[in-house]
Design a protein. Structure first.
Length: 194
């Protein structure tokens, strides 16, 4: 109350100085907001540039890799991208919507380069992607590679998209999934005029 009384008295005694101080405070606030906005924009540009390099994933934790791939999805035009990873995610580290509206469910596997993602991980994900998470596009993404053989064949049979280091590097660099990575959507049924 005392502070309000002092301000009111100052404004009544010195209306020009009060107006000058208000204008000065508004100008300082605007300048600070512009500076913060520019700084954040610069940080976003720098982060996007770092995200274009696959090598950055080699030092990441699993959670950081999930956040990184979520940014790649958003930069590629996917909508409603949400990181869900952690205990109890039932294999859905990231969910999103493709440009055609299909639900995307992603399992991320961040490993060392000499550790390959095998058939067991593909089988577990196959068991949850569509039935539990209603995935229309099911995708396993790794910064490494998949073991050759049964798992890759099984993924093909079950319609699970496998994104290894080579594909992921192209995706991150280009800002869009390489041709053929996202399976085509269902054909629209033509509506004939009556």
């Amino acid at each position: 109350m005392v502070l309000v009384a002092i301000v009111v008295e100052f404004v009544q005694r010195h209306p020009y100085w009060a107006a000058f101080l208000v204008i000065l405070l508004l100008a300082a606030g605007t300048a600070a907001a512009v500076a913060v906005s520019r700084h954040r924009a610069r940080e976003r540009v720098e982060q996007a540039e770092r995200d274009r390099t696959i090598a950055v994933t080699d030092a990441m934790s699993g959670a950081e890799f999930e956040q990184w791939f979520a940014r790649i999805l958003e930069a590629s035009g996917f909508r409603d991208v949400q990181v869900r990873g952690g205990s109890g995610d039932r294999g859905a580290d990231i969910t999103a919507r493709a440009s055609d509206g299909r639900r995307v469910v992603v399992q991320c596997k961040r490993h060392s380069l000499n550790h390959r993602v095998g058939s067991a991980a593909i089988q577990r994900f196959a068991g949850t992607c569509r039935e539990i998470h209603q995935g229309e596009i099911c995708m396993i993404v790794t910064n490494g590679f998949f073991t050759a053989g049964d798992g890759v064949q099984l993924a093909g049979q079950l319609g699970i998209t496998l994104v290894d280091r080579r594909v992921l590097e192209k995706w991150a660099w280009a800002g869009a999934p390489p041709t053929g990575v996202i399976p085509p959507g269902p054909m629209a049924v033509p509506r004939w005029p009556r």
